[in-house]
Design a protein around this ligand. Structure first.
Ligand SMILES: Cc1cc2nc3c(=O)[nH]c(=O)nc-3n(C[C@H](O)[C@H](O)[C@H](O)COP(=O)(O)OP(=O)(O)OC[C@H]3O[C@@H](n4cnc5c(N)ncnc54)[C@H](O)[C@@H]3O)c2cc1C
Length: 384
């Protein structure tokens, strides 16, 4: 096999995580190559809904999300990034007394962690935030600094920054094998030849499962579809992002209303097809949440592949026993927003530093090494 130029770090995957890691590495002067089997943001990072939220994050993910928001703002405000990033708030809706109690408690926990979040029960105030919200809503958790972006443009923007700092992108190039010398990484085999390196960041989404399996590392992860759909542009009537149970709704800068969500009913496979059942469900559920959608015209639906972990949180860690291998995976359908912070942590870990972003709770060790996740998953009544 031909040998290509060596790099300090090779990043596998040009999704948001890979591009952000490459940006941080290149900015610090490391020689970095991103190897991508397709195009930049061709998978989940270009197919997602662009929600950039802190609201409702777990205790572990919240500080990572707070760090990421600061970076997205910098990309927009300092570096002139035009990726439709607007901070018009994120709102989780509750309909029952039990939800009201749970949400009030969760809002307090997030406040204790430093987030500016409101738990609102005054219907007049709720109405002011979203006049179209149906009357059944009795409370909301609201974070004003949250927002949304156009994920394809956002990921391409970060890739452009990375390139400006000297990162190389090999698109349409697949990593077929991680190469080891003893217990350490010595390179990656690709469809264009061998790239020598002592450090690899696998930001390769659900495909990471097989890449690591080939070197004897089992990740507790499954691949599952999630779906979304979009209407034709409508006059502007929704400002914040809205989450209600297992669906979310928001209106893009161009006026299209986007609806989506996923759950355990989705197949555990790499399929990205849109299903009629989901489109019907989105349409029915969205109309329970918001009035004003009756005349909406559905334009299209699509799916994307998620890498799901047992606790529905990311894995950002060095792999023990394989020196030089860092993974950034398991984003479980909410990883676009976290990209800049996760990318920074990975860049630091891949170059022998302690991550400045608090990712210690996202280590792979939190799962038992002999865990049979597929069996556990199928036995779960309703994962999150
Ligand atoms: C419909 C939908 C809606 C979503 N909504 C949101 C949202 O609103 N907010 C949010 O925060 N998140 C959302 N998500 C989740 C978000 O898209 C993902 O968490 C995030 O994009 C994951 O980024 P990534 O870089 O880890 O992975 P990916 O974007 O999957 O990138 C991995 C890349 O690795 C490449 N690759 C894989 N194997 C190889 C190989 N062997 N060689 C070379 N390249 C390889 C792939 O081609 C791919 O481009 C949503 C996802 C979907 C599908």
């Amino acid at each position: 096999m031909d040998s290509l130029k060596p790099y300090d770090v090779v990043v596998i995957g040009a999704g948001v995580n890979g591009c952000c890691a490459a940006y941080h590495l290149a900015r610090e002067g490391y020689k970095v190559a991103v190897v991508e089997k397709g195009i930049i943001a061709g998978e989940a990072s270009g197919r997602n809904a662009g929600g950039v939220r802190q609201n409702g994050r777990s205790r572990t993910e919240l500080p990572v999300a707070m760090n990421a928001i600061g970076q997205w703002m910098r990309f927009r405000d300092e570096f002139g990034g035009e990726f439709e990033y607007v901070q018009k708030g994120n709102l989780v809706v509750g309909y029952t007394d039990k939800q009201h109690q749970d949400m009030a408690k969760d809002a307090q926990r997030q406040r204790d962690q430093g987030l500016e979040i409101e738990h609102i029960t005054d219907k007049k105030v709720i109405r002011e935030l979203v006049p179209a919200l149906t009357d059944q809503a009795i409370c909301v958790n609201y974070v004003a600094s949250d927002g949304k972006a156009q994920p394809f443009k956002a990921t391409w923007f970060v890739a452009k920054l990375a390139k400006q700092h000297g990162a190389t992108f090999h698109t349409f190039t697949e990593v077929t094998k991680l190469v080891r010398e003893g217990d350490a990484i010595s390179g990656v085999e690709t469809t264009r030849g061998l790239i020598p390196t002592r450090s690899v960041i696998a930001a390769s989404g659900p495909w990471t499962i097989s890449l690591l399996k080939d070197i004897g590392v089992k990740l507790p992860m499954l691949v599952r579809r999630t779906q979304a759909c979009v209407t034709a542009p409508m006059p502007h009537f929704i400002d914040p992002w809205i989450t209600s149970g297992t669906i979310w709704v928001h209106q893009t800068v161009s006026g299209n209303v986007m609806i989506g969500g996923g759950g355990p009913w989705e197949p555990l496979s790499f399929t990205k097809e849109s299903s009629l059942l989901s489109l019907q469900r989105f349409s029915r559920r969205a109309q329970q949440v918001l009035s004003g959608l009756k005349t909406a015209r559905l334009l299209r639906g699509w799916g994307g592949c998620l890498d799901v972990t047992p606790d529905f949180q990311l894995i950002v860690d060095k792999i023990k026993g394989v020196e030089g291998l860092v993974v950034s995976v398991g984003t479980c359908g909410h990883g676009f927003a976290l990209g800049p912070a996760v990318g920074q942590a990975c860049a630091e870990m891949a170059t022998g530093r302690k991550p400045s972003v608090p990712v210690e709770g996202l280590s792979v060790d939190r799962f038992a090494s002999d865990m049979d996740f597929e069996t556990t998953y199928k036995a779960m009544p309703e994962p999150l």
